[in-house]
Every structure is written in C-alpha cells, then in structure tokens.
Design a protein around this ligand. Sequence first.
Ligand SMILES: [Zn+2]
Length: 94
Amino acid sequence: MNEKLKPCPFCGGIPVIYNYPSAWCVICKDCRFDGPTDLGWSGAIELWNTRPREEILISTIKSLMGEAITQDAFADDEGRSLLDSAQLILDGGA
Ligand SMILES: [Zn+2]
C-alpha cells in the first residue's frame, strides 16, 4: 500500500484510492475529479499516475533546452537546476 499517487492533474490536490463495489478508482479529495476505474487496486493507481501529456511536455522541454537547463547558472537558491525544479513541481513536491 505504499505506491505513490501523483497529485490531482487539475487542482494539485491530494488523491485517495476508492473501492467501488466492482472496481477501483483514484479520486481527488479536493475537487472530486475521479480517474479511470480498474478492476485492480494497482491498475487504478497506474492509470491515475499515467500522464502522457506531461511526459511529452517534459521531453519537449528537455530537448528544447538541451544542456543549458542543467547548468549551474540556472540553479535556484537550493542548488536545483531549472529542470529539477520543474520535475519537482510536476511530482507535487514543490
Ligand atoms: Zn483535484
């Protein structure tokens, strides 16, 4: 039961996994958005955490910025690169 759920893709809220009578689903506690249902607990988590558009955006940003994004010149106050900071935000750990 320790699989990490990504935050809600719409409001950034905290998700919870919910067991319907015949399926599992992840639901945002804040905005009530519900993800796709699956017959299994882990399947519902995998569907919730699958974000193809985010992955495409991250890949595009990486290719556009190239090596420059990892240079220290772009580091924030805590020494994280811009890419690290962007990934942290996408992972919900901002
Ligand atoms: Zn939400």
